[in-house]
Design a protein around this ligand. Sequence first.
Ligand SMILES: [Zn+2]
Length: 590
Amino acid sequence: MLKTLTFLMLMLIVFAPVAQAADFDNDLTTYYEKSNFLETPRYDETVAFCKLLEAESPFVKYTSFGITPQGRELPLLIVDKSESFAPPTDDRIVLLVIACIHPGESDGKDAGLVLIRDLIRDDSLTKQFDDVVLLFIPIFNVDGHERFGPYNRINQNGPLEMGFRVTAQGYNLNRDFLKADSPEMRAWLKLFREWLPDFFIDCHVTDGADYQYTITYGLETHENMPEPIRSWTNDRFLPKLNSTMEQSGFPIVPYVVTRDYLHISNGIIGLLWAPRYSTGYGAVQNRPALLVETHMLKDFRTRVEGTRILLHEIITILSDQRAELKDAAMVADARVSEMIPGSYYYTNYKRAKDTTSFIDFLGVDVTTEPSDISGDEWVIWGDTPVTYRVPYLDTYAPVDSALIPYAYIIPVEWTEETDLLKAHGVDIEYLDCAQTLPVDSYRFDDIEWADKPWESRHRLEFSMTDVSTMRELPDNSAVVLMNQRSNQVIVHLLEPKAPDSFIRWGFFNRIYSRKEYFEDYVMEKMARQMIEETPDLRIEFDSLLQADSAFAASPQQRLEFFYERTQYADSTVGVYPVGKLMSPADIKLK
Ligand SMILES: [Zn+2]
């Protein structure tokens, strides 16, 4: 905290004269600039400035992409030189930039507004928009943003006041990309579906260790990102971004997760993101998604300036590499849509132990001393730059896979799940009549719910076994053909083992419990009758009594033995309602 105050005082001394000298048209000076680079605007002021930008340039349109639970418009600025403000039909790149998904981390909002203002007012810079259509969301979590105050980010060095992390309904939007429980995310998915951006950026401020970098980033570079997007990211985009940012005085490094906080030389972990996060969602939509994390201890102005330069460099790179990126996205979409029924898709990965590369990490010195407050070691970051040679632990191996079907079939009554698939841009066909079809599916056992809800849901662990049956499917049941560019989204929602599947988030919680129970005295009578009709049952029962003392000691289990063998036992308990059709069979579609 002391360190934060020192930073703020230094900033006042160093930057005050610069702001006075700045030569901005009063109308288009941003709130952040007028505040001497210390403050970020509230929602109303942000929208008002967006409308000023719209009035300033024919290339800019202010619009809204939805309404929040508290009734505010979700703001969107579109910068489109063709002035059509609709998804382009030519070969221009669509770049989507999200700011304030975590409203306390406002750098992207202030950087974006300054950047767009500068680009549209300078003819030489406006060229950047010849090849790029920019969609800019200055505040994604609008209601959370208006929970405004000085105490929302304990580790962060400015702005003076800021919004709060979660929505008014308590959702962390950067956990909600796939399950999309929040109205804000549903609205965003509609925007994503309509525009299908070629690249998207999600702007944050980090927590964690201290080091020299102002900007760290996350970007899927692993096997979960389909080719050739992965190669374009690794071989073309990242090398260029690294070198231009270094030249700009803002060297970048992958999002810093240390294996050991105090001994950074032990390694930095490269992350592979589940699709609940923006980065992982990009991967399942075959699109690069860049997480930007500015460093919390750097002053607000430095962070905003770093973000502004980064966004500008990315517009330039995307403009230069537009043909390659467009091509890569098209090929990736085609390859994903051509998954072969009967082949395997990797749903889960685990970090492998081996190190494949080292990076020179621009850190600072660090010491510890005993703390009489915590009773533990107190980590004290110094001001001396230290370059550490650090293993980059970035190798992943698949640990779970799913067999790709010809189609998934979701019975007509499971509308919530079908609607969510549609929200992600998945095409749904429908059965033309009630049909009995051969489907593969799963039976779940050993189900354990988390003790506490997380993001409003009790996630669950389970074991599962394959079941193959003829299943009666009602008319109008949803048929999800596996020939879509969104095939990965389908698998990630419908395959239970995937990290953010419907099953994992508890969407199908109604299937696990039995709904009818026998009275013991009824079962006693029925058991005797069953033994009389099938004498072998007595032999099976007796041998189980001999072999299993727990069973023998449990009156309930002994009666259950017989119940499970009656026709009253409900065979659907714990069985996944979603079926997998492995071949077209004689399926009749509307
Ligand atoms: Zn964040």
